[in-house]
Design a protein around this ligand. Structure first.
Ligand code: GLU
Length: 370
């Protein structure tokens, strides 16, 4: 086993519709209860778990009176609306029986891509995890149109993993991993146990997207693996059909590991340092400069001046009084709000802005010191 699941700090596990939902639309209760046991076991060891679950459309279509076969977009969206409430209820029950609180989060592509929404979703999820809840995530299928839909939860799960800096993503699938060709049609298909990098040769193994029940196939799994590896997150494609699939992986069940060479924190910092152009500058006093060097967050109290126009989530440069760049980071406040709270204690933010924002101007995870 390339990655030990028992050593993972923050795990995202993605569950496909076919694992969870019978042809009839009923939930596969025994399987789900066993999964909840798996999750409870990880949680008892102090590991954080986030579930990305499909199944809303598969559960909802009959409920809402739709027949079998492919659905039009508006029918899938209607089915998702009816199914999601059942899906969430099922998680609430099975996790609740282990004393865990399921917390539903429905996201769209924009929530993971647009930095302001990304930061909001990220802090909410961090907070849910800190409070001990198990976030249960799905795409917000009912509001997303074709162009702004993920459409498949493999990539959604990878974006979520990236957003919350998870160190491991497990895609539970109907197949136990990646093969050199489709093992259902090619007897010579070779199993690939470990992938350190997604080369064109690896991509060629995925073949064409598979039509049918799940929307993914191997193509979207590789797309997810690319996102995860760039984010410093290991990814496994594993057989989800077994009872207690996470336990099975720990017990040595065969699966394909895509092994990240970086850590989520380093990957995030690299992303901030490299790809993001600062749209403003925060000048800080000597105390704040020393705190930054010591690895601390930047608090509003240490900011003496704000230059430029930026939104919450935009990248800014942090400079000392002489104008030397000390760090770069994502501002938790817009330039207007930053100007108003600069020089003030975090406890005064609410009185000044009229809302309770973050304590930090730039959180240390969003800060790269030069
Ligand atoms: N979000 C869809 C659902 O819950 C599923 C997408 C997928 O199958 O990957 O039904």
């Amino acid at each position: 086993m390339s990655v030990a699941l028992s050593a993972v700090k923050r795990l995202v596990v993605k569950i496909g519709s076919f694992l969870l939902v019978e042809e009839s639309g009923a939930v596969k209760r025994a399987w789900l209860e066993a999964l909840a046991e798996d999750i409870a076991r990880l949680r008892a060891r102090g590991q954080e778990v986030i579930v990305v679950s499909s199944g809303a459309i598969a559960m909802g279509r009959r409920l809402i009176g739709l027949g079998p076969g492919p659905l039009r977009l508006e029918d899938s969206q209607a089915a998702a609306a009816a199914g999601q409430i059942r899906l969430a209820g099922a998680y609430q029950e099975v996790l609740g029986s282990h004393g865990l609180t399921a917390a539903q989060v429905l996201v769209t592509i924009a929530d993971t891509e647009e930095r302001r929404r990304h930061l909001n979703a990220r802090s909410t999820m961090n907070r849910l995890l800190a409070l001990g809840a198990v976030p249960v995530i799905n795409e917000n299928d009912t509001v997303a149109t074709t162009e702004i839909r993920f459409g498949d939860n493999d990539r959604l799960a990878a974006r979520v993993a990236q957003m919350v800096s998870a160190d491991c993503l497990v895609l539970l699938s109907d197949i136990d991993g990646l093969y050199s060709a489709d093992p259902r049609s090619d007897a010579n298909a070779r199993f690939i146990a470990e992938v350190p990098e997604i080369t064109p040769a690896i991509e060629a193994m995925a073949g064409a997207p598979k039509p049918g029940y799940g929307s993914g196939g191997m193509v979207t799994k590789l797309a997810a693996a690319k996102i995860a590896l760039r984010a410093g997150c290991h990814l496994a494609i594993a057989d989800g059909k077994v009872t207690r699939p996470l336990q099975a992986i720990e017990d040595g069940a065969r699966c394909t590991w895509f092994v990240a060479s970086s850590t989520p924190l380093n990957a995030r910092k690299q992303w901030i340092a490299g790809s993001v152009k600062p749209s403003g500058t925060l000048t800080v006093d000597a105390g704040a400069a020393a705190a930054l060097k010591a690895g601390k967050s930047l608090l509003p109290a240490g900011v003496t001046a704000v230059a430029g126009t930026f939104e919450r989530g935009d990248a800014v440069a942090v400079c000392d009084a002489a104008g030397h760049e000390l760090a770069r980071g994502l501002s938790a406040y817009s330039s207007d709000d930053a100007r108003r709270i600069a020089g003030h204690k975090s406890g005064e933010i609410e009185a000044i802005l009229g809302y309770r924002g973050r304590d930090e101007m730039i959180h240390r995870d969003d800060l790269v010191v030069a």
